[in-house]
Design a protein around this ligand. Structure first.
Ligand code: GLY
Length: 366
């Protein structure tokens, strides 16, 4: 086992940065972040759900190293991921006199990294940021790569900016209190990385699922670390999603996002919707003979082993679902960029999948 907590080094036009992953590493938050803090003031913004446990410990650790922390906790969930919450953060930053040379720490899950990231991207035209993601999905996905966003009434993540953090610190111990459904939802994104890029990781997920579901160490932290490394490699190659690399992370998301929208973001967690979307994408891949038929079962079986749904709920109207998918913000000139699988570890982007193939695949996935 590798004892270093360094899981990746992101190459970015906004400045390269490190990602640390380890069990219990929040105890070392001061030594991990002191170079970034230097003489600046620290503004910790937390999701209220994790403030009393993790946030107060972070403040104590900093204070025992003579660092004063200004702290704000906010209610954060998908319904609060909007400009009015961002405005509350601006008001607080203004009241505390936060300057451009100061530094924000975000503490929470994907809504926290997206929304606090957006506030950091825009406050005084951009202030430095360190993420401390506390859910599996935000560790393996949302916190890495600088995407920040808030929702508008007209759609999810419609306003945002690329604002890379200066450092990301992931303490896998903070997952010990995460609800099981949230954990499973995070596994969907980690599994996605293995489907797209890493057969060895896929085999690890396949052969060790009970150990991983039980959070047995060192398997647990090592699997998260590998998944983080993959995302870091992809972001480093294609920071602004202008090439053919980062868009692949959209595997399962075309139908996943449409399912979230069709169910008004209330029935399915993001990873659950993506899980179903990955099965649909695998069905399309098989229907077009890009992959062997048994790959669909391989994908389904492993998702089910991680307690993830693999069928479109019966009450969903499939025509409506496809119409929503066609209006996704990633559609270009009316064409969906489907990320399809050739085999585990190899994918391709296809933008001319015939409607009939999609509707048949949707039907066979319900
Ligand atoms: N969540 C996909 C990306 O960061 O590009």
């Amino acid at each position: 086992m590798n004892n270093s907590t360094l899981a990746g080094q992101i190459k970015s036009q906004q400045g390269d940065y490190s990602i640390h992953v380890g069990e219990g590493i929040l105890d070392k938050i001061y030594s991990l972040s002191k170079n970034e803090i230097n003489n600046s003031r620290v503004f910790l913004i937390s999701d209220i759900k994790v403030f009393s446990g993790l946030g107060t410990n972070i403040i104590k650790t900093f204070e025992s190293n003579s660092i004063k922390v200004e702290s704000l906790s906010v209610e954060l969930d998908e319904t609060k991921k909007n400009l009015s919450t961002v405005d509350k953060i601006y008001e607080w930053l203004h009241e505390k006199g936060a300057e451009r040379s100061d530094i924000i720490f975000s503490l929470g899950g994907g809504v926290a990294t997206d929304l606090i990231g957006y506030a950091a991207a825009t406050w005084l035209r951009g202030i430095r940021l360190i993420h401390i993601p506390t859910t599996l999905a935000s560790m393996v996905d949302a916190s890495i790569g600088g995407k920040t966003a808030v929702n508008l009434k007209r759609g999810k993540n419609l306003v945002g900016a690329f604002h890379q953090p200066k450092l990301i610190i992931m303490d896998t111990k903070s997952l010990s209190t995460l609800k099981q459904r949230e954990m499973n939802s995070g596994w969907a994104e980690a599994l996605k990385h293995s489907f797209l890029f890493d057969k060895d990781l896929f085999n690890k997920f396949k052969n060790n699922h009970s150990k991983l579901l039980n959070k047995d160490e060192p398997f647990f932290t090592d699997a998260i670390k590998r998944s983080v490394e993959i995302k870091a490699e992809i972001v480093s190659k294609d920071e602004y999603e202008t090439g053919k690399d980062r868009i692949k992370l959209n595997f399962g998301h075309t139908i996943g996002h449409a399912l979230e929208s069709a169910t008004s973001y209330s029935n399915l967690l993001h990873g659950e919707a993506v899980s179903i979307g990955m099965v649909v994408a695998a069905n399309i891949s098989s229907a077009l003979s890009y992959c062997q038929e048994n790959l669909v079962d391989e994908i389904k079986n492993i998702l089910e082993a991680y307690n993830l749904p693999t069928r479109i709920p019966k009450n969903i109207n499939l025509d409506n679902l496809y119409t929503i998918a066609k209006s996704d913000k990633k559609v270009r000139a009316g064409k969906i960029n489907w990320v399809l699988l050739k085999e585990i570890g190899e994918s391709k982007i296809v933008n001319d999948v015939p409607d009939q193939v999609v509707t048949d695949s949707l039907r066979s996935s319900q």
